[in-house]
Design a protein around this ligand. Structure first.
Ligand SMILES: *Cc1c(COP(=O)(O)O)cnc(C)c1O
Length: 480
């Protein structure tokens, strides 16, 4: 105990630590030093205290042997690293080499340059978000993108909300509150983060009447379930899993027929929802938004940041009188998007006016369409860049593998790719993976066959030099 007391007394004061940091970093110009030197004082103090608190825990655990281990001279490098981490913003950049295109944990879609530019413009100035330029009076954001979405989807009108879950909530609240909606048992999906679409629906006071079985639902199942209380038939696209084998679902057009015959709505939650047909990539032909409209869905809902490749948003397109009723729901006020989302979404949607342009410019779409041949060439270039930085501290190789769409789109359908594989000479691949997660920017790869692998499908070529530097530094760290 007394030995511990002596060690506790050896811990330098916060003021001494701050002074030592300042002196040590004065002449440095690297990112770490700049981050610390420009950090607000309150964050710095907090970070320094947290560092020494960590040391106290180590002392109590008997992991510190002598006062020397606690001197500023010894601890400075660790203190600098720890303080730089603790004072930097919580949201920072990730280079996604995982090969998962719509990667939920890293923020789903990367915006097109055009969308980022629009975002920048809207962010740094005032906009026409709710300004009627004919009168100078109040306009409405809720009709801002209607002409564009009408043109792209063939629907009569459209509305944009915060995300697709918000769209589901608004539609259910407007048309089904206190009544029944019929849904197939095969479509009661959980979309990740323990988030279940049926729970969102029930939150509005709708009773979900489940029909059919997990693998098979027939037209008669829907017909038999319709009663006085029924407001709508709901279709949820099961985009994040796949039922194979003995499976039957009712076609959207047939379902629309059943609904309309009884004066009910057909609400179609597409989830990912795309304006482009991806069947050319070897992926199964998913219904596009346009097809879902043509097949008779009264309202079609889809995400802005999944296959569409835009900002987080929920898009609702469909019959004009239904969209008008959605606009009158007071809940919309709580679900609306801000000007930044409108700016990025409009710029993204405009690219789709020419589908070839969308394929070239929208990163999510471009990544999904990338061919294995083209990815192989890029992987070879990346490998060469890494070799220049890492020298003999690692072995590099290329191997074929597959990437995934992610974001609940096209599960189980692999996209053929070529991986750049790094085998560090002096550490386990998993140690390299952990080290790279601790770098800024974070480099996210995956372990395959006992190597740290980078999938170029989700990388941008301009990031290759940074990636090479990060890996070079990390593999040399193992040799030091
Ligand atoms: C992803 C998804 C949602 C939720 O969309 P968010 O934009 O994440 O709110 C709803 N329904 C389905 C079928 C989905 O796949």
């Amino acid at each position: 105990m007394s030995a511990h007391a002596e060690l506790f007394r050896a811990i330098p004061s916060t003021d001494k630590s701050l002074e030592a940091l300042r002196t040590a970093l004065e002449d440095r110009e690297d990112e770490e030093a700049l981050a610390i030197l420009t950090a607000p004082h309150i964050l710095l103090r907090e970070a320094v205290c947290a560092f020494w608190e960590g040391m106290r825990t180590r002392i109590r655990a008997g992991r510190v042997q002598s006062a020397d281990e606690l001197s500023l001279a010894t601890c400075l490098p660790k203190l600098v690293h720890s303080v730089a981490r603790a004072t930097s913003p919580a949201l920072h950049r990730v280079i996604n080499a995982s090969g998962v295109v719509i990667h939920t944990n890293t923020g789903r879609s990367v915006l097109a340059r055009e969308a980022a530019a629009a975002l920048q413009l809207a962010a740094s100035g005032y906009t026409t978000l709710e300004l009627d330029t004919a009168t100078g009076g109040r306009g409405s954001r809720n009709a801002l993108l209607s002409p564009l979405l009408r043109m792209l989807t063939g629907a009569e009108d459209a509305l944009v909300v915060n995300n697709n879950a918000a769209g589901v909530l608004l539609v259910m609240d407007t048309f089904c509150r206190g009544r029944e909606a019929i849904i197939s048992r095969g479509e009661l999906v959980e979309i990740g983060g323990s988030f279940r679409i049926p729970d969102v629906m029930r939150a509005t006071g709708v009773t979900l009447k489940e029909v059919g079985t997990t693998n098979r639902t027939h037209a008669e199942d829907y017909e038999a379930a319709i009663c006085e209380e029924t407001a709508a038939i709901v279709r949820v696209h099961t985009s994040n899993f796949r039922i194979v084998g003995f499976h039957k679902a009712v076609e959207t057009s047939e379902l629309a027929g059943i609904a309309h015959q009884k004066g009910l709505l057909l609400i179609n939650d597409l989830g990912s929802g795309s304006l482009i047909d991806f069947s050319g990539t070897g992926l199964p032909g998913e219904p596009t938004v346009q097809q879902s409209v043509t097949q008779g869905s009264d309202l079609v809902l889809f995400s802005g940041d999944k296959l569409l490749g835009g900002p987080q948003a929920g898009l609702i397109v469909g019959k004009a009188e239904l969209i008008a009723r959605l606009r009158r729901n007071p809940l919309l006020r709580a679900l609306r998007c801000d000007k930044l989302v409108y700016a990025a979404l409009e710029a993204t949607l405009r690219l789709y006016l020419d589908p070839a342009r969308a394929r070239e410019k929208v990163p999510t779409v471009r990544a999904i369409f990338a061919t294995q041949e083209e990815l192989g060439k890029r992987a070879a270039i990346l490998s060469e860049r890494i070799r220049e930085q890492a020298g003999d501290a690692c072995t590099l190789s290329l191997r074929t593998d597959s990437s995934r769409c992610g974001g609940g789109a096209f599960p189980e359908y692999p996209l053929p790719t070529v991986l750049c594989c790094v085998q560090p000479a002096a550490m386990q691949p998993d140690t390299l993976r952990t080290l790279l997660l601790d770098q800024r920017p974070v480099l996210l790869g995956r372990i395959e066959d006992n190597a740290f692998c980078l999938d170029v499908r989700t990388l941008q070529d301009e990031d290759f030099p940074v990636i090479a530097r990060l890996i070079g530094r990390a593999v040399h760290q193992g040799q030091a």
